[in-house]
Design a protein around this ligand. Structure first.
Ligand code: AHR
Length: 315
């Protein structure tokens, strides 16, 4: 073979090897079907998933479902068509996922549930869920309520999105715990869909109906609690004193409300799930065994702690 031909062969081999190396370094492609942007908590979660993808060099396909399950289903189908390596799904509601997850299973794409759970007969349809323990959060809120009321008083409950595991389980944990203290009664429970606007509207209706008889508001998230604070102020009461408020999430906004004296307590729910989601997905792709529920540990913060803790809050 001539020198020139040898040269060409070497160059061709170089490009072939470089191509292989390049393929090995190919970024992981991940689809994330997010519920929407209904709360400060969810915005923090979205930021966590997007910024972790940037840090890790992951090619993230992001889709905002505007609170609609049908949009999530469309997004997942499009992730499958694009041939993603894995899917992160924050499911708006618990039921109705079997058909689309069966399609994903056929395509051999691992699915990780982020921040809420689903109900399916076949648990192999997803790798695992990474969520807080919502029953624990509700129970913690009830324990605080009973203590705060000295075992006697009236509560109204602002529930999250109907059918969402975060709402169903926060309600269950709260109501089950309250059955131990018959002196504490729930006057009424209504959904505020996890939004500030609806939380305010529902609270206005509660105030019209029950007025000063309301002692505590238990809101399934901060945004609805913040909406309730506005309604209480507009009705001429002092939130945090005339009517006490406990919420779930522990966002900066809730801490600010506690520092201002408008809110009394929050149960934490960690939204910073991005890094853990990718770490888990990589393990799943590598064929490692993954726990079915990766639980996030949360704690209670009260008004008295707010000023000293607010500076260290990360969301
Ligand atoms: O699923 C988690 C819940 O969803 C958060 O508590 C709430 O703020 C969000 O909208």
């Amino acid at each position: 073979m001539s020198k020139k031909l040898w040269g060409l062969v070497i160059v061709a081999l170089f490009y072939a090897f470089a191509g292989c190396a390049f393929a090995a370094d190919k970024p992981l492609v991940v689809g994330f079907s997010q519920i929407g942007a209904e709360s400060g908590w969810r915005t923090a979660e979205t930021e966590s998933v997007i910024s972790a993808a940037k840090e890790l060099g992951i090619d993230l396909k992001f889709s905002d479902a505007q609170q609609k399950q049908e949009n999530q289903i469309k997004a997942i189908r499009s992730f499958v068509a694009q041939g993603v390596d894995g899917i992160l799904l924050a499911p708006v509601v618990e039921t109705g996922w079997e058909p689309i997850l069966n399609e994903v299973k056929k395509a051999k794409i691992p699915v990780i549930l982020l921040d809420r759970g689903i109900t399916v007969d076949d648990e192999s349809l997803y790798v695992c869920k990474i969520t807080s323990d919502f029953v624990f959060e509700g129970k913690t809120a009830a324990e605080w309520t009973v203590k705060e009321l000295g075992g006697q008083g009236n509560v109204v409950q602002l529930q999250g999105t109907p059918g969402a595991s975060a709402a169903t389980e926060r309600q269950k944990g709260f109501e089950d715990e309250l059955t131990k203290t018959p002196g504490v009664k729930i006057l009424e429970s209504q959904t505020g869909d996890f939004t500030m606007e609806l939380g305010k509207q529902v609270m206005e209706a509660f105030l019209k109906k029950y007025g000063k008889d309301i002692n505590v508001v238990y809101a399934h998230n901060d945004d609805m609690g913040l909406g309730a604070i506005q309604a209480i102020k507009e009705a001429g009461f002092k939130p945090g004193e005339d009517i006490k408020i406990i919420t779930v999430d522990a966002t900066k906004a809730a801490f600010e409300a506690m520092v201002a004296g408008d809110m009394n307590a929050v149960v934490e729910c960690n939204p910073l799930l991005g890094p853990l989601a990718y770490e888990t997905l990589k393990k799943a792709i590598a064929g490692e065994t993954i726990e079915k529920w990766i639980v996030q540990k949360d704690e209670l913060f009260t008004k008295d702690q707010a000023a000293s803790v607010i500076g260290s809050r990360k969301y």
